[in-house]
Design a protein around this ligand. Structure first.
Ligand code: SF4
Length: 403
């Protein structure tokens, strides 16, 4: 390992999300690593969700060790103290109808994602997003719509533990023109009626802007239409359903309109880091911030059955992207208060940590390179990547290898 990131929590968070962690203590192993990784609090209140079950984590240089009651992360050269974030107590409880709250809600840091209808119709047409690791398969046994009452009970249980929690209502694709908002609207209204909490809607863009107005009118405090991939061609390859039934242009138009309807800093869109060249993600950051949208940059996490293996992807290459995000939001004076205390995503707030002590280091040089015309288009072998993705291999792209 050439570089140690242990002493910069922002950089360490990125490296841990990329490489995962090993757990040597069997008790910790059994207790800590849930289906979606392990939530750890790093120094400077930096919350991270670290993969610990996936195959690639076996090669991670990071190890959690326990001495007495204390936990440490080491990279073999040094170590830092960390703490485990306890699993929410409501995960062990059920609704009055007998559904485990853990099946309905997933909490990480300040936000809790609730998906009242755990299905996405892209699956039935076999045009689902190639990275999708969610349980949104309409064919899946047991998938059912949760009632408003069940969701209200769930939100009540969440807020009992996280009084300042933000509820994200998410929905997959449905063939209706409203982006799923007609279905979600009574849930939003009921939550806002029963609780004094912030609600974000994570949906697909409706065909008609009227539904964006309706989303705001229903009481949503924030809305996310996740473009996921900025590069036009890669978007079409990786997100065939989104590209053919919604279209990249509609994403950008809907986001532009939403940013005029919702308060500043509350309209956001994901761009997944690792599914396109960093220079392309930087172009996406520039475009989204130009229209007043906050880019959120989750790191692609390969998971069993749906792994897009695109190499190379390391912290040294992608840290400049997060720096670019932070600097751009600051320069354009876009508020990013909504996007904080998230364990699954490196937030713009943590971009500040990455800037610490930066002079003309290697990251700055890379970041400057991404800003050049050639860097935007050619960095990280875009043409090679496209070619790989286009090559058919038994019905699958060569770079889209199912693990
Ligand atoms: S829209 Fe894409 S990522 Fe979202 S649930 Fe459907 S297939 Fe998965």
């Amino acid at each position: 390992m050439k570089t140690t990131y242990l002493h910069n929590p922002g950089a360490l968070k990125i490296d841990l999300m990329l490489r995962g962690i090993r757990l040597d203590d069997p008790v910790v192993k059994a207790w800590a690593c849930g289906a979606s990784g392990i939530d750890i609090l790093l120094p400077q209140n930096t919350l991270v969700n670290i993969p610990c079950k996936e195959g690639f984590t076996k090669a991670s240089p990071y190890l959690i060790s326990k001495r007495g009651d204390d936990f440490f992360i080491t990279d073999g050269k040094a170590e830092i103290p960390v703490s485990f974030v306890p699993r929410p107590g409501f995960y062990a409880k059920k609704t009055s109808t007998g559904v485990s709250f853990a099946n309905i809600a997933s909490s990480h840091g300040s936000y809790t994602v609730i998906t009242p209808d755990p299905r996405c119709e892209f699956f039935s047409s076999k045009i689902e997003c190639k990275y999708c690791a969610g349980n949104f398969d309409t064919e899946k046994e047991g998938a059912r719509v949760y009632t408003i009452e069940e969701i209200i009970e769930t939100v009540g249980a969440v807020l009992k533990e996280k009084s300042n929690g933000i509820i994200y209502l998410s929905i997959g694709f449905s063939k209706s023109d409203d982006g799923g908002m007609e279905f979600l609207k009574p849930y939003v209204t009921a939550i806002k009626k029963h609780f004094n909490c912030l609600v974000a809607v994570e949906a697909l863009p409706p065909k008609d802007n009227r539904w964006i107005d309706e989303t705001y009118a229903a009481g949503a405090d924030s809305v996310l239409y996740n473009l996921e991939i900025y590069d036009k061609e890669l978007f079409e390859i990786i997100c065939p359903g989104r590209a053919s039934l919604i279209g990249r242009k509609r994403y950008l138009d809907a986001l532009t309109y939403a940013a005029k309807v919702f308060p500043g800093g509350t309209v956001a869109s994901h761009l997944i880091v690792g599914l396109e060249p960093p220079g392309s993600t930087c172009m996406g950051i520039d475009h989204l911030t130009d229209i007043g949208v906050v880019p959120i940059l989750p790191i692609y996490r390969p998971s069993g059955g749906s792994a897009l293996r695109i190499e190379p992807l390391n912290a040294e290459i992608i840290i400049p992207v997060y720096k670019h995000l932070y600097k751009t939001l600051m320069a354009k004076k876009i508020s990013f208060n909504w996007v904080r205390d998230l364990s699954m995503v490196t937030t713009p707030v943590e971009g500040r940590l990455l800037m610490g002590g930066q002079a003309a280091d290697k990251s700055t040089l890379l970041e400057d390179f991404y800003k050049t015309k050639i860097g935007m288009k050619a960095a990280w072998g875009l043409s090679t990547l496209r070619r790989k993705l286009r090559v058919k291999d038994g019905g699958e792209s060569a770079a889209v290898k199912k693990k």
